[in-house]
Ligand binder design. Structure first.
Ligand SMILES: CCCCCCCC/C=C\CCCCCCCC(=O)SCCNC(=O)CCNC(=O)[C@H](O)C(C)(C)COP(=O)(O)OP(=O)(O)OC[C@H]1O[C@@H](n2cnc3c(N)ncnc32)[C@H](O)[C@@H]1OP(=O)(O)O
Length: 234
């Protein structure tokens, strides 16, 4: 018997559908309509006129990656998609620019910075030493059995803590270590809450911690050391 045949009433059916949508990481728009608190927003580089359009394109790309991950497409669909992707690659290739000019990941006024490498962190509150927010790992970030891939979690922590470490007028630092404790499975397709905070700041060394929760359950915790760069250090 399949899980669907096992469904007995309308409530259960809607739960299954909702869960399927959740597994796709869909249903919650990957948009950027939550106001960002002052100190986090201090990183914002104003005046990129393409931000909104580019951000919407990235949101589509994120949804697309979730669909690709979830689908078991027929071979005609795969062939058509391959051809479309090849065409898009050829269209974009001549538009390559040096790193400092690229848009991907550089749009700091967008939640998620206009990138797809890690899920969109939506900062909802921040001060000089803390940031709070939400994240939803889409189906694309699935490791197995409904759990987020173990490598995607430190990537996400680096994203949040790296940015907090360099916020509020602090000079740039780089991650020296980032330790992650996986406390319980991090579910795909579920809104999670995030808190990142400074533990200490001594000389060039900034120690920060973060916590990722699903409801009351702590899914993962991290501690990172971020070392302030010396002048001329890459
Ligand atoms: C240009 C920065 C860009 C930042 C982004 C801007 C904001 C953008 C906005 C949004 C972005 C989203 C956010 C993304 C952020 C991501 C950040 C990353 O992931 S960076 C890539 C991964 N990390 C590396 O590639 C580092 C490679 N390592 C190094 O470059 C060096 O090792 C470095 C700079 C970390 C330290 O090297 P030393 O030569 O400058 O300094 P020494 O003397 O070795 O260390 C200073 C102190 O730190 C301790 N230390 C260093 N590493 C340690 C470790 N692993 N464990 C414990 N202590 C360590 C040392 O023992 C020393 O301590 P004692 O002063 O003696 O007390």
């Amino acid at each position: 018997m399949t899980p669907r045949e096992n469904v007995r009433n309308a409530d259960e059916i809607s739960t299954v559908i909702r869960d399927d949508n959740a597994m796709l990481g869909l249903g919650i728009p990957e948009r950027h309509d939550v106001p960002v608190a002052e100190s986090w927003a201090a990183l914002v580089k104003p005046g990129d006129e393409n931000s909104t359009e580019y951000g919407d394109m990235i949101a589509q790309l994120r949804d697309f990656l979730n669909y690709v991950t979830a689908a078991r497409p027929d071979s005609d669909t795969v062939a058509a998609l391959r051809d479309d992707l090849e065409r898009w690659g050829r269209r974009l290739a001549p538009m390559a620019v040096p790193e400092r000019d690229q848009m991907f990941g550089h749009l700091r006024d967008l939640h998620g910075r206009g990138q797809t490498m890690s899920p969109t962190f939506v900062a909802t509150e921040a001060d000089r030493d803390n940031v709070w927010g939400t994240v939803r790992f889409g189906r694309y970030f699935l490791g197995g059995n409904g759990a987020v891939h173990g490598g995607a979690i430190p990537l996400f922590f680096d994203e949040v803590l790296g940015r907090l470490a360099n916020s509020s007028g602090r000079r740039h630092s780089r991650t020296a270590y980032l330790n992650t404790d996986y406390r319980s499975v991090t579910p795909v397709g579920v809104d999670l809450t995030v808190h990142g905070w400074f533990v200490s700041e001594e000389g060039r060394k900034r120690v920060l911690r973060a916590e990722l929760r699903s409801g009351d359950v702590v899914c993962a915790e991290a501690e990172g050391l971020f070392v302030r760069l010396n002048p001329g250090q890459p």
